[in-house]
Each structure stands twice: as C-alpha cells, then as structure tokens.
Design a binder for this molecule. Structure first.
Ligand SMILES: Cc1ncc(C[n+]2csc(CCOP(=O)(O)OP(=O)(O)O)c2C)c(N)n1
Length: 449
C-alpha cells in the first residue's frame, strides 16, 4: 500500500502521478473501512480524494493555509497530514474529530462545522497576511451547496471588490446533502454541462499536459476566462463579482488539478477554481445514493447502509406533519437543505406546492417563514437546533416583534453526540427563552410531541 508510506504532506513529493493514483485508491479503501466501523461523513470525502492529493501536492501547508468549508470533507486531509493512525477513534470521545480542530493539528487553521464560513475566514487571514507583509497562500475549499449561502455571497462581494489575493476551490458535485437547489446551483450545472465549453476544457487539458507549452496553456485558460466563455456560458457571475474564474476542471484528475493549482498561486487576484467531482466516487452504493452516504452510522461495507426504520422524533414529526396538512390547507413546511434529516421527505413528496427547500440559508428561512405567515399561511420551519443559531436576529426582528405565527420545529436539540461541539444543540433554551412573544414547548417523549 502506498498509503503506508505517506505520513505527512512532504511524503507526497516523492510520488509519481501513477503512484498518486494508487494512493487515491488506497485512501478510498481506508475511508470505507474506518467510516463503516465508526460512522461519519463518507460520500463527500470519497469525492475529494484526488482534489486533496492535488492540493497537498501544490501548496506547502507549513506556510500556506487552507479552510475546508463545513469541514465534513476534511478526512482525506487529516489522513495525509499525519493523523492516519487516529482514525480508529474517529468521532469518539477524546478521539479524532469529525471536523477540523485547531488543537488536533498544526495543519488545521480554522475550525468549521456550520457551513459557508470559509471564504469570510480565509479573506480575513489574507488581509492579515497583507497587513503584516507576509506572502503565504490562503485557500477556501467549498462545496456548491455551501457557496450559495448568504455568508459566502457576502464574502465574495467583499473579496471581488477589494481584489485580495486568495483562492477559492469550488468543489461542485451537484449535491448538497440531497440534490442541491437554487439559482446558483443551476447556474453551475449550466457551466459544467455546456458541451462546447467542455470541448474547450479538453483542449486546455491537452495543452497543460504538454509541459513545453505550459505558459501558453495558461494564456489559453485566461483567454477562455476573458472572452470565449462569454459566448458559451449563460452568465458570468464570478467574473462580474471581480474574481478570476478558472474551470470547470475534472476533480478526479490529479495531474490537471496540480498544474492549475500551482499556476493559480502566481495570479495576484482573487481566483475561483471550479472543480467538478462526483460525490461518493469509487464506492458504488455511495455514488447511487450520495444522500444516504453523506453521513452514515456504522455499517457493513459489503451490504451497504441499511436504513433504520426505528421511530425517531424526526420521523414521527414528519408523519404528524403529513396528517395535519391533510386537515389544514394553510400548513406549509420549510427546510434549509435538511429535508431528510428533519423527517420531511414524505411531506415534500405529498405536498410539493406547500414544501420549500431554501438551501443552506437559515437566516432566509426564518424571514421567509415570517413572510408566509404574513400572507396568511402557517409555516413550520423544521431545523436543527445548532443551525437555528444563524437565525437569531430574524427570530427577534422578523417573527417575534411582529407577533407572526411561525412554528419552529427544532430538531437535534440537546447533546447530539459524535459530530462534536459545533453541532450540539445545547444553546436553544438559553437563546430562545429571552425573546418576547415566543412560546417554547419542549416535549419529553414522542407521544407528547
Ligand atoms: C449552517 C449549516 N446548515 C446546515 C448544515 C448541514 N450540512 C452539512 S454538509 C451540508 C451540505 C453541504 O453541501 P456542499 O457544500 O455542496 O458539500 P458536499 O457535501 O456536497 O461536499 C449541509 C446542509 C451545516 N453544516 N451548516
């Protein structure tokens, strides 16, 4: 196994591309073995194996800094930055964290868990670097689900306007936990599937493969950026925001990504590199059901994940919602990219016109619910306790001050276990009980719920 020989990022320097491809296979085997034993985030990590190898082959994280947005896809990075042996205690008490953790490694530069913080944080680091006249690279690795969130868009708005040098690697797998939703997601898929553009992309790859014309090839990339794409891609969101856009490139091609990443270092502008990957890559059950394999309990890799039919608060809540909806046509349901987790799948299937998945956008979800209530409906926003923290001001300003009839169905309240401290639902009673006009009901059994 080549993975046995790789204990820290510098070990990658001795490997050929062929060996790195074998390493990718070793890593996938390792991931499946360890995650099936302990539970954890599988599909997203399988999708970023080549991306992470290319990243560590292109940057020097003794100097440079990277932030993994959400951080659930940082397992491969942990494996390659000296934490391989700790995977037997993945997500266990005092064991290896399931998300980046600064005390765990000098290579974890910023802690994540809630989505869409990475561009803001990376931009802050880059500005600190510039003020201190330092020269390292700062990179945000962010998914297509997380980039559509308000915080990401606010950060891009600032980044592009002020032209700070940093790199965003957009890992586009077309999925959030389930299918991604929203305008940005359909914009990205329009770029990725545009046929003429894909042909050009192959030309770029061809040029980059020829080392003699390396510089020429980058000019081609720039020419695509500057002109040709204007005809081919319906709109140019990132360029219009002031970023240099490169892509889409194949996120399973280590050699291509390494070349593009290395060249991106020399561009003195904010850059977004659009990398297309497949969630679950290399493990057929996860490719077929990336939502089920997003976060898994322990399972037998040969049999795959067997969905637990046990009644939970979430499943019971979902059933009650379906029943109540048949009795009251004003009832509508909202989720922020978590319809399965909060038990709303059946409701979404039965009442598509009364169901809203707003994407990873909790602040919007809360104010949107208050708008629905103002319009005479009864919105139920089903949301994990920890993510509702994002909507604190909106609950006060848009719901409670106006005394609007919005129902928050708070899921995963209390200690949630293995995902660790970013995901515990332990603050809700404190931060909600101080808000006027809000009735808090805390059922202690499914029957009471
Ligand atoms: C604020 C917030 N809301 C919801 C979540 C739950 N969550 C974790 S990962 C994820 C999907 C992220 O999708 P994407 O960024 O495309 O990454 P992928 O898993 O596809 O690699 C969601 C909704 C979260 N971590 N943070």
């Amino acid at each position: 196994m080549i993975l046995d020989k790789v204990n820290n990022p510098k070990d990658l320097n001795h490997l050929t591309i062929k060996e790195k491809k074998i390493l990718a296979t070793d890593i996938r085997e390792f991931l499946i073995e360890k995650v099936s034993a302990n539970g954890g985030h599988l599909a997203s990590n399988l999708g970023v194996v080549e991306l992470t190898i290319a990243l560590l082959s292109s940057f020097d994280f003794d100097e440079d800094k990277v932030i993994f947005d959400v951080g659930h896809q940082s397992y491969v990075y942990k494996i390659l930055t000296g934490r391989k042996k700790e995977f037997d205690r993945l997500r266990k008490y005092k064991g290896l964290r399931g998300f980046p953790y600064r005390k765990e490694s000098k290579y974890d530069f910023f802690e994540t868990g809630h989505s869409s913080t990475s561009i803001s944080a990376a931009l802050g680091m880059a500005r600190a670097r510039d003020i201190k006249k330092e020269t390292y690279n700062v990179i945000s690795v962010i998914g297509d689900g997380s980039i559509s969130n308000g915080m990401s868009l606010e950060a891009i708005n600032d980044l592009g306007y002020n032209k700070t040098k940093m790199i965003i690697i957009l890992n586009d797998n077309g999925m959030s936990i389930s299918n991604n939703v929203g305008g940005i997601s359909s914009y990205l898929s329009r770029i990725s599937i545009n046929e003429k553009y894909l042909k050009l992309k192959n030309k770029v790859k061809h040029c980059l493969d020829d080392t003699k014309v390396g510089n020429v090839s980058f000019k081609i990339l720039s020419r695509i950026k500057d002109g040709i794409r204007t005809f081919l891609v319906p709109s140019q969101y990132f360029e219009a925001m002031g970023l240099t856009y490169i892509g889409p490139i194949d996120g399973h091609d280590i050699s291509l990504m390494t070349k593009v990443f290395r060249r991106a270092k020399n561009i003195n502008n904010p850059i977004i590199i659009h990398v297309v990957t497949k969630k679950g890559y290399g493990y057929q059950p996860a490719i077929l059901n990336p939502d089920i394999y997003h976060a898994v309990p322990p399972f037998d890799p040969k049999k795959g994940v067997v969905k637990d039919k046990k009644e939970t608060y979430s499943s019971f809540f979902g059933k009650a919602m379906v029943k109540l909806a048949s009795q009251n046509e004003k009832l509508v349901a909202i989720t922020a990219a978590m319809k399965d987790g909060v038990g709303l799948l059946e409701f979404f299937q039965k009442y598509p016109n009364r169901s809203f998945d707003v994407g990873i956008a909790e602040e919007h979800a809360v104010t949107f619910a208050s708008g629905l209530a103002s319009g005479g409906l009864i919105p139920v926003l089903a949301i994990y306790s920890t993510f509702l923290q994002r909507g604190f001001d909106q609950i006060i300003h848009d719901v409670c001050m106006q005394k609007l009839h919005v129902i928050f169905a708070i899921d995963r309240a209390g200690i949630v276990g293995n995902d660790g401290e970013t995901h515990q639902g332990i603050f809700d009673l404190s931060y909600l009980s101080l808000i006027p006009n809000l009735v808090i009901i805390s059922p202690k059994t499914i029957k009471e719920l």
